[in-house]
Design a protein around this ligand. Structure first.
Ligand code: SAH
Length: 346
């Protein structure tokens, strides 16, 4: 997970006060840290772009630190305006990022790891396992360089790309802080969603931070037998433990949880499973977001047909569950949920 270059410290992952301390050690006044942090929040690719900084300082920083900047490998634009990027990273790895255009603003879907070790049976991102975590600065780069390339202003961020954010929690929390800082990109927590396959042991820590972000839980099945079959993360944890962790999270933060449910033909879409799902939703303060499964060619699953999606949705509504059907974006360029990869889709 290391390479020669990453021995140098990744400077874009530093918070302004940390940057200030490091610059002080180089004999620099503290206002420089603010200026430099601002540059990083604009998405620069080299220290020399910091035109208001002394040449000697730019050279010294270049000697000492790694300045990450993704290179554009592939850009694909969907008929609905969704843009998918494959970004090359400094060590030769790559991740995908998606920009979606909604009436309420532009949303970027970012990756948090190169690959994923969770092994969900229906998802493309986990094929080939985990390569490494992304640093906070690399996640910030996904936002900034997508913004820069597309010319669109991003107002919302979803951590729903490649990777399991809670498996890279320290860097993800640091990214949230970087992107949220008023002197930086200044994106409010209420405009950020974080999706997890349910690493319940991390929920209490996350709740204790009382972030105002939206937590999305990838549920996909109400019973342990089905959930463990399609989501290995359920094994050794279980649905009951997951729902307990969700209830505690909701009680502590007051935030409603969003439950993702990809409808897979003949796997998790029976009337009995609709009843079980409705029962699970009692008292958790959440809503269910149904997503007809997106095709992933290596996986043997298919989407529930529309009429059965409607019946499932109706059954949930009749039981008083708050339920929405997710509008699919970017399907023609493989940019939909579960279709992101760390190499060019073929
Ligand atoms: N690892 C995190 C973040 C990924 S978010 C998580 O599991 O939540 C991506 C979302 O798309 C998750 O809800 C995931 O379960 C879902 N997904 C994966 N494969 C899919 C597919 N083929 N069709 C629809 N949704 C899928």
């Amino acid at each position: 997970m290391q390479d020669a270059q990453s021995i140098k410290q990744d400077i874009k992952s530093l918070l302004p006060e940390e940057l200030e301390a490091q610059l002080r050690a180089l004999g620099q006044p503290s206002y420089r840290a603010k200026q430099i942090f601002k540059w990083f929040s604009r998405g620069i690719s080299s220290f020399d772009e910091m035109s208001d900084q002394p040449r000697a300082l730019r050279a010294a920083l270049g000697e000492q630190y790694l300045l990450t900047a993704p290179t554009l490998r592939v850009r694909r634009v969907s008929a609905d305006g969704t843009i998918k990027y494959l970004w090359g990273l400094h060590d030769g790895n790559a991740v995908e990022t998606v920009v979606m255009r909604y009436r309420h603003g532009n949303t970027v879907c970012i990756s948090s790891q190169v690959g994923c070790r969770q092994g969900c049976a229906f998802c493309a991102s986990t094929i080939g396992g985990l390569v490494r975590n992304l640093t906070a600065g690399e996640m910030l780069d996904e936002v900034l360089f997508s913004e820069k390339d597309s010319g669109l202003t991003i107002s919302n961020i979803v951590l729903m790309g490649i990777g399991e954010p809670l498996d890279n929690m320290e860097n993800v929390l640091r990214f949230l802080e970087l992107v949220n800082r008023p002197e930086g990109r200044n994106i409010g927590m209420r405009h950020i969603s974080l999706s997890t396959c349910g690493l319940t042991e991390k929920f209490d820590k996350l709740a204790s931070l009382n972030l105002q972000l939206t937590l999305s839980v990838s549920l996909h099945a109400p019973d342990d037998e089905t959930r463990s079959r399609i989501m290995p993360a359920n094994r050794g944890r279980g649905v009951a433990q997951l729902m307990d962790a969700c209830r505690r999270y909701h009680q502590k933060t007051g935030r409603r949880i969003s439950f993702e449910y990809a409808m897979i033909d003949g796997v998790n879409d029976s009337p009995e499973q609709a009843r079980q799902l409705a029962a699970l939703m009692k008292g958790v303060g959440g809503h269910v977001n149904l997503i007809p499964l997106n095709p992933v060619k290596e996986r043997g699953f298919s989407a529930t047909p529309p009429e059965r999606v409607r019946a499932f949705m109706k059954a949930l509504e009749e039981s008083g569950v708050n339920v929405t059907l997710r509008r699919k974006l970017g399907g023609d360029v493989d940019a939909s949920c579960g279709q992101l990869r760390r190499s060019v889709s073929t």
